[in-house]
Design a binder for this molecule. Structure first.
Ligand code: UAG
Length: 500
């Protein structure tokens, strides 16, 4: 694919331009290591370094255009360059234009919230497919441009704008009508502008609790960044809101779109509400109600919180397709859960093992009381907290686990450049009822931590492995190591003599 720069230049709102006549653009990169012949290189300011330091490398790799913000000491000769006010914002607009604004030709459903975004997105995608629609999906866990979903190749949930628009473009080429885009607060934030030029038709809000305050600065900013999805909806669009969340009124005020509410707590002011939710480690039974319908269903999904996710998905599908809610609810009984989300590991061992991605206080508050109800023995939990991310949540995670778990084993999640033991000590501050060495263990090496958990687990106990879920790596100070929590758990069980 290629385009003349002259057909794209206006969307950049250039402050200064140089050599921009008859330049051909063949792709877009924000990392010099990804630049190929004819690419536009966006030099982005970063938290660790500045993209402008890599302009030389981008030129050597064949870049035909450099876009940057702020001052530049060595302006390269013999190449086109454009100075803009905000390089990330410019990259978003440029990416949308380069790929012919694919989001305007698809019906786009954005899903935001602290917890449940990926599952809800996946349920919407599955429901749409079972209703006969061809659709794509971009989530933390998986990704599809029209065919079967494959694991997300990136470590980002909301990827950078060039990836998003390229994926939406591929979806159109493959004949998709609808796309489901998991929309994180990072992606929606004007500071990253990753989703700034995606034309959403419907937005789903799952819930909001404490997370990513290292990035947003305050809960108010975090909430406001999430609300960006709702501000951006057109008046003919649909805003699907969890009525049970404290921020539902705020979210509703932020949009001119039609508002639809769901409630898992049985609030009949909602458009769709649930009652008699009974979960077990096998699935979830509940009754779904609207003003004109009541339907008892069984979801093959573990975790009562899935009632919220499924109701959100049902309403989103109804709004985007116009199909009857009855038909959509019927299809929800065949939904599959995401890899690493309440995934039971069964290798014949006498204790239970569940792998889940829960890594926020909100997710802990939902998960622990649920599993406690079905566990006759002890709860042994293994988890950590990400380095260089929200530090305030660490003791909070510890105190929730302290209330419900009998034994806590703290371990690496993604330490990054932080001191590994320091992170574990921060979490341990919240575990006031436990004593180190007795029912609290700090074992940074995640494999050793899981081995320890399995080693002490007895018949009837439940071992909860939290925080990694589907993720395929652990980010350490000196690089990334491959990881697959479910496989590691199975391998350790196999070494103990338990095999499927
Ligand atoms: C903390 C954060 O947001 N980091 C993002 C940021 O990285 P950074 O600021 O560290 O970049 P940097 O290392 O300083 O480099 C600056 C620039 O120089 C470039 N560079 C660097 C080296 C080189 O040799 N050549 C080169 O061109 C880099 O590609 C970058 O564009 O800019 C990068 C490029 O745009 C992003 O990929 C990166 O996201 C990383 C992967 C990340 O982990 N982001 C997380 C926090 C995130 O966005 N998470 C949310 C999930 C939220 C949720 O769970 O709800 C998400 O949507 O994924």
């Amino acid at each position: 694919m290629h385009k003349l720069l002259s057909s794209l230049i206006d969307v950049l709102n250039p402050l200064e331009t140089h050599n921009t006549g008859s330049v051909v653009i063949r792709g877009i990169a924000y990392d010099s290591r990804d630049v190929k012949e004819g690419y536009a290189f966006f030099a982005l300011p970063g938290t660790h370094t500045d993209g402008k330091r890599f302009i030389g490398a981008a030129v050597d790799a064949g870049a035909s255009l450099i876009v940057y913000q702020g001052g530049l000491d060595n302006i390269p000769e013999g190449i086109a360059w454009i100075k803009v006010a905000d390089a990330r914002r410019a990259m978003s607009a440029f990416s949308a234009a380069f790929y012919d604004r694919p989001s305007e030709k698809l019906r786009i459903i954005g899903v935001t919230g602290t917890d449940g975004k990926s599952s809800t997105s996946y349920y919407i995608w599955q429901l749409l497919r079972s209703l006969g629609y061809k659709c794509g999906i971009i989530t933390t866990v998986l990704y599809s441009t029209g065919g079967d979903a494959v694991p997300n190749p990136l470590r980002q949930s909301s990827p950078e704008a060039p990836f998003v628009h390229a994926a939406l473009y591929d979806m159109l080429l493959e004949g998709c009508e609808i796309a489901v885009v998991e929309s994180t607060s990072h992606g929606l934030s004007p500071r990253t502008a990753r989703l700034a030029d995606v034309a959403f038709d419907a937005g789903v809000f799952t819930n909001i609790t404490h997370e990513h305050l290292e990035f947003h600065g305050s809960f108010e900013n975090y909430l406001s960044d999430k609300a960006e999805l709702f501000r951006r909806l057109p008046d003919y669009g649909a805003a699907i809101i969890n009525l049970d969340d404290k921020q539902s009124a705020y979210l509703a005020e932020q949009t001119k779109a039609r508002r639809l509410y769901y409630s898992a707590s049985g609030n009949n002011k909602a458009d769709l509400w649930a009652k008699d939710i009974h979960g077990s480690l096998e699935g979830t039974e509940l009754e779904l109600l609207t003003n004109s319908l009541s339907k008892k269903i069984r979801l093959p999904l573990i975790g009562e919180f899935n009632a919220d996710n499924v109701m959100a998905a049902v309403l989103a599908c109804k709004e985007i397709t116009g199909k009857s809610i009855d038909t959509i609810i019927e299809k929800s009984m065949e939904l599959k859960s995401l890899d690493g989300r309440m995934q039971a590991i069964r290798c014949g061992q006498p204790f239970g093992v569940i792998v889940d991605y829960a890594h926020t206080p909100g997710a802990f508050e939902r998960l622990f009381p649920f599993v406690k109800r079905f566990t006759h023995g002890r709860i042994i939990t293994v988890f950590g907290s990400a380095g260089e991310r929200d530090t305030e949540k660490r003791p909070w995670q510890g105190s929730i686990a302290d209330r419900y778990a009998d034994i806590i084993i703290l371990t690496d999640e993604d330490p990054r450049l932080e001191d590994r033991m320091g992170i574990l000590r921060d979490i341990a501050e919240g575990c006031t009822k436990k004593s180190e060495g007795k029912d609290l263990f700090l074992i940074p090496d995640r494999k050793k931590a899981i081995e320890h958990a399995f080693g002490i687990a007895k018949k009837g106990d439940l071992v909860l492995l939290l925080g990694k879920g589907h993720e395929k790596s652990i980010v350490m100070a000196d690089g990334t190591i491959p990881w697959h929590e479910a496989k590691v758990a199975e391998e350790i069980l196999a070494s103990m003599g338990y095999k499927i």
